[in-house]
Design a protein. Structure first.
Length: 643
């Protein structure tokens, strides 16, 4: 894993622009501390920071150019089937100078162009510069495991692994108000948009080419991969196929883990004690006896502490296990570090756990396997169980749905078992009478549209029949994100929407951003393309029912994991956010809320809403307000730094 960067100019690059390329590359050093270099040729510059995983020798440093001198690649990621692809190239007469997957990827592209993408099994974001055509081709992996952001105007096209590198070029910065609204609705900003106008994210499974024609920059992008989902295949499977499906799934998962254990540096696993990470750890242990697992625990916050489950799973598996017990001081220090590092508003506070776990593990390893993707593919979230129940209601679902308004005034929050149950009932009640599409959008975020609209001074959603221009843009983006949801489709359409929206923009972003901050590569076996394709062939009855989530995963691995892994209640990778926002971060949060002059000059927020929402945070019934408060603090910290 590495950091990549490129600048293409309509005119020949001057010394000032090249200096900015070097500065932008410096901002990616955390992604690749082992080597850094840049090349330029007239109006194109490429830079790379290397984290050495495969072929540690200097011969594999990047930017890497082919033997003819025509093509140069910068690559972030891993190609797990590179040995097979290398043999294919060698059979075609290619002579390799390195043992790296980077050179294999370069020659696959030279030989096959964008058709080579379909051959790749891996996670990647890369760019290839063709000196002869004076063009740059770039691509992002199927599921969006590796990031790629870019800026485009009449004179420049720039791309990078992280937004902070684009910001180093001092391109014009204009806030995208629809993105700001979406951030407070969802807690993140979905691709292809970013918080800034003219700055974009290349979407998962997309490729693009930038060329210069008649002294103009030309940018064209296209989709090279879509998650394969055919409702007819789902309907064709019956209960009789369940046992066979378990066997196929187990084979695919084992093959995927085996592929991701290939490295020239030590490999470990993240172990939370949940189903997904325990499965990956157990199989990794069977494949590699000396592998170690790593977990974190919260000394002073037992409600959030999952380390006991991780210990039980590790003992049963027989894996070497390391638990990092965190103090409040370490947690708060890590949070300050995150706030300084973030380069686009991102409100999912579980990134703080990823950040501090990666910091600890990064002192021992270069590569870790995680269980990410299992929830989105196999229906592992509470919202999936709730959606199934509302689509297949019994007496209990109707009773809870109709009585949910009675729970409105009961104290709710995420910081205790009872209060969190009340919060979940309230949310269930919100969705009880909604359409499937509206319910998905409501449950996908923290604030609902009315609350977000009240918060934002700019009225994204007008209360009149017509929409403002900015409101129309919001509606178009929303429709695009929800296009997989139909009135008659199964719950697999919900999982497909999660896999295309939530997974790359929230879950995978936080893993990449939090781990690469500490030059740690995280590999995600459950997102292998064979598993993804297979998962979306399975009927919903194989995944979730009234009593169980991730049914096929649980039933497939009961023989190798302890009962505690399956019997425990589902918990997110959470932090004690309410305690922080009403404790250690209270003064900082209040300084932002009460800075009336700055808020007035900023022109984004409704002061009355800020006071009302912050009052709820410090009340006896905070609900989800700590999540909103954290997002507001993240946004204002980012805004003051970059805008």
């Amino acid at each position: 894993m590495c950091g990549i960067l490129g600048l293409i100019s309509r005119n020949e690059l001057d010394d000032t622009e090249l200096a900015k390329v070097a500065l932008a590359a410096d901002l990616l050093k955390h992604r690749g501390p082992d080597f850094q270099d840049l090349i330029h040729n007239k109006n194109v510059a490429l830079a790379h920071t290397r984290l050495s995983i495969i072929d540690l020798e200097a011969r594999s440093n990047q930017p890497l150019t082919d033997a003819t001198g025509r093509y140069t690649i910068v690559f972030n990621g891993e190609i797990y089937n590179y040995k097979e692809l290398k043999e294919e190239c060698e059979n075609g007469g290619i002579v390799f100078r390195t043992e790296s997957d980077t050179e294999v990827l370069l020659y696959q592209f030279i030989l096959n162009g964008k058709k080579s993408l379909a051959k790749l099994n891996g996670c990647f974001a890369f760019a290839v510069y063709d000196r002869e055509s004076n063009s740059v081709f770039m691509a992002r992996d199927r599921m969006g495991i590796k990031p790629l952001v870019y800026f485009f105007d009449d004179d420049h096209f720039a791309f990078a692994s992280e937004m902070k590198s684009l910001l180093a070029f001092d391109f014009k910065r204009e806030l995208d108000k629809v993105s700001a609204f979406t951030f407070f609705k969802l807690n993140y900003i979905p691709a292809p948009h970013t918080i800034l106008q003219r700055h974009f994210k290349l979407e998962p499974g997309n490729c693009a080419e930038v060329s210069i024609s008649e002294n103009k920059l030309v940018f064209n992008s296209e989709v090279w991969y879509e998650i394969p989902y055919d409702p007819a295949e789902e309907k064709a499977m019956s209960a009789h196929d369940y046992k066979q499906s378990q066997a196929v799934l187990k084979r695919f998962v084992r093959e995927s883990v085996r592929r991701r254990l290939v490295a020239d540096v030590p490999v470990g696993t993240f172990l939370s004690g949940g189903i997904d990470s325990s499965i990956i750890t157990a199989i990794a242990k069977q494949e590699k006896s000396d592998i170690a697992a790593y977990s974190i625990g919260f000394q002073n916050h037992k409600y959030y502490d999952e380390s006991n489950y991780a210990r039980k799973a590790a003992k049963h598996i027989g894996v070497e296990h390391h638990v990092f017990e965190l103090t409040d001081e370490e947690l708060l220090s890590s949070t300050e570090e995150f706030l300084e590092h973030i380069d686009e508003p991102f409100g999912d506070s579980s990134i703080l756990n990823v950040n501090i776990l990666s910091r600890k593990v990064g002192q021992h390893l270069r590569v870790a396997l995680s269980g990410d993707g299992g929830d989105e593919l196999f229906a592992g979230y509470h919202k999936h169980a709730a959606e199934f129940r509302l689509r297949n209601p019994k007496f209990a679902e109707h009773t809870v749905g109709r009585l949910a308004p009675l729970f409105t005034h009961l104290p709710s929050s995420r910081s205790g078992k009872i209060s969190n149950t009340i919060r979940q009932i309230q949310k269930f009640g919100d969705g009880y009478s909604m359409s499937k599409r509206d319910r998905y959008w409501r449950w996908a975020g923290v604030l609902n549209e009315e609350q977000a609209n009240y918060l934002m001074r700019e009225e994204i959603l007008e209360r009149q029949q017509r929409l403002s221009d900015i409101g129309f843009d919001y509606k178009k983006r929303k429709d695009y994100l929800l296009k997989a949801l139909s009135k008659t489709g199964t719950l697999n359409e919900v999982l497909l929407t999660d896999a295309k929206m939530v997974l790359p923009n929230d879950m995978l972003f936080k893993v990449d951003f939090g781990s690469m901050k500490h030059h740690l590569e995280v590999r995600t076996p459950l997102l292998d393309q064979t598993i993804v394709k297979f998962a979306f062939r399975l009927p919903i009855m194989f995944k979730v029912n009234h009593h169980m989530k991730k049914k096929i995963l649980q039933d497939s691995y009961r023989d190798i994991l302890p009962n505690e892994v399956f019997d425990r209640a589902k918990k997110g990778f959470e932090v004690p956010l309410l305690e922080w926002m009403t404790g250690g971060f209270r003064s900082r949060f209040e300084s932002y809320v009460n800075d009336e002059q700055f808020i007035l000059e900023q022109g984004l927020f409704n002061p009355a809403a800020l006071k009302e929402y912050s009052s709820k945070l410090f009340s006896k019934n905070p609900g989800d307000s700590a999540t909103w408060a954290w997002s507001f603090m993240v946004f204002q910290t980012w805004y003051k730094k970059y805008m």
